[in-house]
Design a protein around this ligand. Structure first.
Ligand SMILES: Nc1ncnc2c1ncn2[C@@H]1O[C@H](COP(=O)(O)OP(=O)(O)O)[C@@H](O)[C@H]1O
Ligand SMILES: [Mg+2]
Length: 238
C-alpha cells in the first residue's frame, strides 16, 4: 500500500533534508521500499558544466540507494538563488507549474511504498505563483497532495513558539500532522534544549524524536518514527 508524507519545517535550514534522508534510510532498513523527492529546490550551486546541482534532491537519491535513477524523478525545478522557490523563480523569469509538481509527486508515489516529499523553507513559504497573481504556499501544496505532514523543528530557543504556530496553521487547514522531530541543527548548547519536548507535549504536540547534532548515522534514532510512519493509516489520496 503506497503512502506519502510531507516533510515540512518551522523554518529553512532546520534539518528537513537531514531528517528526510535519515528517515528514508530507516524505512529501507526496516524492509520498506522508500524514497524522497524535492519538487522545487532553490539555492542550487552551478557546477563546472554550468548545470544547477540540487543538493537536497541528490541527497534523497543517494539515501534511497538509487544513484542510477534519473535525477528528474527526484526534482522538477532547480533554481539558483537561495530564496523561497516562487521568488527565486520570479527573479529568474521561470514559471513554476503547481500542477506539474503535484503530478511528479504522484508519479513518484506510484513507484515506491513510502514516499517522503520535502518542502522548501517553512510552511507558508511562497512555493509557486507570483506576487501579482498571488502565491501558492507550501501549505497549499501539501493540501493539494492530500498527504499528512511531518514537522521538523530546530531544537533552539524560540522553537516552542515556531512549532506551535506551524502546528496550529496545519490544524486550521485540516492537514493532519503525525508529529514533530526536534533536531539539533547546530552545535550550540543551551538550557532551552532540555525542556522543549516536554513543553511541546504539554500543548498536545507529539514529539516523535529528538535528533542530536552531528550523529554519523541519524537513522539509528529514527527507527521508531519509521515504524510509526509505516503504521499510519492512509489519509485522503495517500
Ligand atoms: N542533526 C544534525 N547534525 C548535524 N548537522 C545537521 C543536523 N541537522 C542539520 N544539520 C546541518 O544543518 C544544515 C541545514 O540542514 P538541512 O537538513 O539542509 O535543513 P533544511 O532541509 O531544513 O533546509 C545542513 O548543513 C545540515 O547538514
Ligand atoms: Mg532541505
Amino acid at each position: 500500500m503506497t503512502r506519502a508524507f510531507f516533510v515540512t519545517g518551522t523554518d529553512t535550514s532546520v534539518g528537513k533534508t537531514v531528517v528526510t534522508c535519515a528517515l528514508t534510510r530507516a524505512l529501507i532498513a526496516a524492509g520498506h521500499r522508500a524514497r524522497a523527492i524535492k519538487p522545487i529546490e532553490s539555492g542550487c550551486a552551478t557546477d563546472a558544466a554550468g548545470e544547477l546541482q540540487p543538493a537536497d534532491a541528490l541527497a534523497h537519491r543517494a539515501a534511497a540507494g538509487l544513484e542510477s535513477s534519473p535525477l528528474e524523478t527526484f526534482i522538477r525545478y532547480r533554481l539558483r538563488e537561495p530564496l523561497a522557490p516562487a521568488i527565486a523563480a520570479e527573479r529568474a523569469g521561470i514559471q513554476l507549474d503547481f500542477a506539474a509538481c503535484v503530478a511528479m509527486a504522484r508519479a513518484a508515489q506510484a513507484e515506491t511504498d513510502i514516499l517522503l516529499v520535502e518542502g522548501a523553507g517553512g510552511l507558508l513559504a511562497p512555493f509557486t505563483g507570483t506576487a501579482r497573481d498571488g502565491y501558492q504556499t507550501v501549505a497549499d501544496f501539501i493540501a493539494a497532495l492530500g498527504i499528512p505532514a511531518l514537522l521538523v523543528a530546530r531544537a533552539r530557543l524560540g522553537t516552542i513558539n515556531h512549532t506551535l504556530l506551524t502546528w496550529r496553521e496545519l490544524e486550521r487547514r485540516a492537514i493532519p500532522c503525525i508529529g514533530v522531530i526536534l533536531n539539533e541543527a547546530d552545535a550550540e548548547t543551551g538550557l532551552e534544549r532540555e525542556d522543549n519536548a516536554r513543553a511541546l507535549r504539554s500543548f498536545g504536540v507529539p514529539v516523535l524524536a529528538e535528533l542530536p547534532y552531528g550523529l554519523a548515522r541519524p537513522e539509528s534514532r529514527l527507527a521508531e518514527v519509521a515504524r510509526h510512519i509505516a503504521d499510519t493509516p492512509r489519509w485522503r489520496s495517500t
